[in-house]
Design a protein around this ligand. Structure first.
Ligand SMILES: C[S@@+](CC[C@H](N)C(=O)[O-])C[C@H]1O[C@@H](n2cnc3c(N)ncnc32)[C@H](O)[C@@H]1O
Length: 283
């Protein structure tokens, strides 16, 4: 499938997920479960002190695999950008954390998700929020304009992760933080099995191995790279989905168990390019 076609499939899947919420339901996408209340990837990511102050439709649209705003140490006055903001849950939480002197941008390519996020912004009554239409491979913001980039289970969906990371680096201010949640693979997993588990995790996915994530961040110019597991998945959690896909789960279990995780991926943009390549040679 070409990159353009794959992006269309992703748009369609998340467009449908947004429609489920508009119809009064809960967004679903992966094969984990029918409702995000029981899905091992999306369930219990936020505590009630966070969800109780949000519109219920923003919570119902949550399709992330982590809680980046809880881990990103956002400060009043900062500008935050959420890559693939979906129904807006992390944008609304960021807006509260950065306060009226700060700003939270959400970027998404799916019209239905953007419409839902804008409705959720109105319901929440927050003004320091702006939702932008576009792709994370081509961020519609100027360079050096953002303090913190967050994202929740989106970068694994991109066909061009190098470009996403280069774009993130470009729009961050020197010293800016990249602080995202994503699905990461630890160790080698045969390609066909990997594909099935990725479909279980997130519709259409291409999770990076831990070392690839580090390499790509480093090549994009980032420093202080850290990948911290927040949830490690057990084969039994994907058993029903994999069996339905015709996979002999007991046979493949050793290749899967504990190898797929949700992780908090952190890095910073150096204050100067020099700090990436090491100390200068001037006497
Ligand atoms: C798994 S959902 C996560 C939504 C949100 N971050 C959350 O935690 O609920 C993925 C979202 O990313 C958007 N998305 C996926 N690929 C994208 C891309 N290349 N550019 C922009 N948005 C993208 C989808 O439209 C969808 O809203």
């Amino acid at each position: 499938m070409s990159n353009e076609n794959l992006q269309e499939v992703v748009k369609q899947k998340y467009g449908n997920a947004a429609k489920q919420v508009v119809a009064g339901g809960v967004a679903t996408c992966g094969g984990g479960a029918e409702s995000s209340c029981c899905d091992p990837i999306t369930k219990d990511l936020y505590d009630t002190s966070q969800t109780s102050v949000l519109p219920k439709e923003a919570v119902a649209a949550s399709l992330g695999c982590g809680n980046p705003t809880a881990l990103a140490k956002l400060q009043p006055g900062e500008t935050v950008l959420d890559l693939g903001s979906g129904g807006g849950i992390d944008v609304l939480l960021s807006a509260k954390r950065v306060g009226p002197s700060g700003k939270a941008y959400g970027l998404d390519m799916t019209d239905e998700m953007l419409a839902l996020a804008c409705e959720n912004q109105k319901r929440a009554g927050v003004e320091n929020v702006e939702f932008l239409k576009g792709t994370i491979e081509n961020i519609p913001l100027p360079e050096n304009s953002v303090d913190v980039i967050i994202s929740n289970c989106v970068i694994n969906l991109s066909c061009d992760k190098d470009r996403v990371l280069r774009e993130a680096f470009r729009v961050l201010r020197p010293g800016g933080r990249f602080a995202i949640s994503d699905v990461v693979v630890r160790g080698e997993v045969p390609a066909d099995i990997r594909k099935s588990v990725e479909l279980w995790v997130g519709c259409v996915a291409g999770a990076l191995e831990e070392f690839e994530y580090r390499d790509k961040l480093f090549s994009s110019g980032f420093e202080n790279i850290d990948i911290e597991p927040t949830r490690i998945y057990k084969v039994d959690e994907a058993r029903d989905f994999l069996s339905a896909a015709g996979i002999d789960v007991d046979k493949v279990a050793p290749f899967i168990d504990g190898k797929f995780m949700s992780a908090f991926v952190r890095a910073t943009k150096p204050f100067s390019r020099a700090s990436v390549v090491g100390p200068s040679c001037h006497a």
